[in-house]
Write a protein that binds this ligand. Structure first.
Ligand code: ADP
Ligand code: MG
Ligand code: MG
Length: 257
């Protein structure tokens, strides 16, 4: 079992004229493999900032608190090292990479996380790739194209889940994987994530809307407002939010943000 702990995390970003602004104002969150957590919240409250900071995006400056993976701080580690330790961020590789096919990229990403003397064989890789392409209803042709080049929004999202299934991280941070998807694509993407469920996998699913959580039912739901987690509960909390809106929760908690 692996654990990911976010402790009293404060994060600043730089704005124009070298002004800084605090975005995360003391976030606490503990998750274990085997669990799926969802973070919901209004736009601009810091959900993506949390995911980016956990993954190590250098635009986000941690001014207080810590992020621990299996009890050890990862704050000093660059993105690629965090990836090798088992963290995955959806849309981590959104750039088009000319001259590298999607399949080549996937094999390199898998091998980067394995010791030199235990690299995945071409045969084993292709077998795994075929299995996952079928699960995601994707054509083989997608993997022979250059990474992300000319991919539509929906194809990028599907490809993101293909990366997840192939790389098999301990923890996946999935930021708005549902945005812009039609219902069929949403079901496929959800099927992919659900197929990862198990003792060795945990996920933090960030979504603005409750709809995705009908398909990927979370164990824990957190609501983030103004840079803090203001409430946590089970899957019913998401349903309640859908009904009452964030305004209802603000009133309930006596918040004025
Ligand atoms: P959410 O994902 O909840 O919509 P974000 O984390 O994307 O919220 O953004 C929270 C706030 O931080 C917003 O006001 C946004 O403009 C600001 N912000 C996020 N990233 C950056 C950045 N790299 N530079 C400057 N401001 C940023
Ligand atoms: Mg946003
Ligand atoms: Mg966001």
């Amino acid at each position: 079992m692996a654990t990911l702990e976010v402790k009293d995390l404060h994060v600043e970003v730089k704005e124009e004229k070298d002004q800084t602004r605090e975005i995360l104002k003391g976030v606490n969150l503990t998750m274990k493999t085997g669990e799926i957590h969802a973070i919901m919240g209004p736009n601009g409250t810091g959900k993506s900032t949390l995911a980016q900071t956990i993954m190590g995006n250098s635009a986000y400056h941690v001014t207080q608190g810590d992020i621990l993976l299996n009890g050890d701080s990862i704050l000093g580690m660059p993105v690629d090292e965090r990836a090798r330790k088992g963290l995955f961020l959806g849309m981590q590789y959104p750039a088009e990479i000319k001259g590298v096919t999607n399949a080549e990229f996937l094999r390199a990403a898998i091998n980067a996380r394995r010791p030199e003397d235990d690299q995945i064989s071409v045969m084993a890789f292709l077998k795994e790739l075929d299995k996952n392409l079928e699960l995601l209803d994707m054509s083989k042709e997608m993997t022979e194209r250059y990474l992300n080049e000319g991919f539509s929004g929906g194809e990028k999202k599907r490809n993101e889940i293909l990366q997840l299934l192939m790389i098999k991280p301990s923890f996946a941070l999935l930021d708005e994987i549902d945005s812009g998807l039609d219902i069929d694509a949403l079901q496929v993407v959800s099927k992919g994530v659900n197929s990862m469920r198990g003792d060795d996998f945990g996920s933090l699913i960030i979504t603005h809307y409750q709809r995705l959580l009908n398909y990927i039912v979370p164990d824990v739901v957190h609501v983030m407002m103004d840079g803090q987690i203001v409430k946590s509960g089970d899957a019913d909390l998401a349903k309640k939010l859908e009904k009452e809106g964030y305004a209802g929760l603000r009133d309930e908690l006596g918040l004025h943000v």
